[in-house]
Design a protein around this ligand. Structure first.
Ligand code: PLP
Length: 399
């Protein structure tokens, strides 16, 4: 174990972790090893590598040097024993759950998980005879009662998408461990700069690397980090399901992660200032941001989010969905798109972003207002973001 890397700050780890092996022809950057397989003249050596008795690579669906560098970087950032990557965030989540669950198992989760995750829990887990109990995200009585009935997995996500609710990971993980459950936390919104679920008691952390980790909206990827024995099982499952990350995507993600700490610090600051501005604007009915004192779980957020409160926020317009349709095209410094966590600001309503897989009736039942705007603050100069929102919102008030 490289002590100096473990002891280094997160900004240093983001640059150096996973990149200290021997590179091709003394390159200082991790090469893109765009090769399906790896050749061996010595059959004995080939066999030793195939049996994992010697380090090396056989076939890129299983392991690949570029992908391995990325896994090592994120492993260190999350402070995990092991990590295995996947083709996307949803691949990481689905492979983790299908690997660990058996017919008859129960899974306890919250209603506010990412739309794709919600669909996986409700539509596909029943196919393997697993019942998912989806609790009200802020009702600890209900969540703890469901955990106490026994469950194989407690699945958490905090802050949630798109209304930025905060779950107390430490409290719920403690409960889940009493009944022998494995705790899985989606850390996509917070990133390891702001929150370390493994330190708070989670057994596994999953990420969509497509968002903040990559940061440039140019590559899909996912990863799961945690205890070695669990990751070994999930890695083995993924070898067979084939949800492997492509080496080129791994290269883009490695490159993006180098600036993770800088980007997230800026995004934390920008989101906070934008949230404060919106909270005082007459066209805005409500702002959801865990950094605001008005946020109902601000105290828990302050305790468990060590770096900051993240770059995501959302707000409700007084003018309803009609106002959302008017507002979004007026913004000059924002993509109107389904993703989040990129260097550019991105906006969209839940109906076309986080909860596109969910029906309007279900969104209403989940407490997601149709007049909600999800706002992923980029790294622009915050004065420009605020001026842009001001000109667009002022036109609403005048109309
Ligand atoms: C985007 C996202 C996912 C899914 O990730 P993909 O890379 O798009 O498959 C999962 N969880 C959260 C919180 C997300 O924002």
């Amino acid at each position: 174990m490289q002590r100096h890397m473990v002891d280094a700050g997160l900004g240093t780890q983001a640059l150096w972790a996973g990149e200290q092996g021997k590179m091709l022809e003394r390159a200082t950057q991790v090469p893109i090893v765009q090769s399906v397989s790896f050749g061996y003249d010595d059959l004995d050596q080939w066999l030793q590598v195939a049996l994992s008795r010697e380090p090396g690579h056989i076939y890129s669906r299983n392991t690949n040097p570029t992908v391995a560098a990325l896994e090592e970087k994120v492993r260190i950032l999350e402070g995990a024993e092991a990590a295995t990557s996947m083709a996307s965030g949803m691949a990481a989540i689905s492979n983790t759950l299908f690997c660990l669950l058996r017919p008859g198992d129960r899974l306890v989760a919250i209603k506010d998980t990412y739309g794709g995750t919600n669909q996986l829990l409700r539509e596909f887990l029943p196919h393997i005879g697993v019942r998912a109990c989806l609790c009200d995200t802020t009702d600890y009585g209900q969540i703890e009662a469901e955990i106490n009935q026994g469950c194989r997995i407690l699945y958490l996500e905090t802050p949630t998408n798109p209304t930025l609710k905060i779950l107390d990971i430490k409290r719920l993980a403690g409960r889940a461990h009493r009944v022998g459950a494995t705790v899985v936390t989606d850390n996509t919104f917070a990133t390891p700069v702001n929150q370390h679920p493994l330190e708070l008691g989670s057994d596994l952390v999953v990420h969509s690397l497509s968002k903040y980790m990559g940061g440039h909206a140019d590559a899909l990827g996912g990863i799961v980090c945690g205890h070695r024995e669990l990751i070994q099982q999930i890695f083995h499952y993924r070898e067979i399901t084939g949800a492997a990350l492509d080496p080129f995507a791994a290269y883009l993600l490695l490159r993006g992660i180098k600036t993770l700490a800088l980007r997230i610090e800026r995004q934390n600051e920008n989101a906070m200032k934008v949230a404060e501005f919106l909270e005082n604007h007459p066209a805005v009915a409500k702002v959801f941001y865990p950094g605001l004192r008005s946020h109902p779980q601000h105290e828990i957020a302050s305790k468990q989010m060590k770096g900051g409160f993240g770059g995501m926020l959302s707000f409700v317009l007084r003018g309803g969905y009609a106002a959302v349709k008017q507002l979004l095209p007026k913004l000059k410094f924002a993509h109107r798109a389904a993703n989040l966590g990129a260097v550019e600001t991105i906006v969209g309503p839940p109906a076309t972003t986080s909860h596109v897989e969910v029906s309007a009736a279900d969104r209403a039942a989940m407490g997601i207002p149709e007049a909600l705007v999800r706002y992923s603050s980029g790294i622009e100069d915050v004065k420009d973001l605020i001026a842009d929102l001001a000109q667009a919102l002022d036109q609403l008030v005048e109309a």
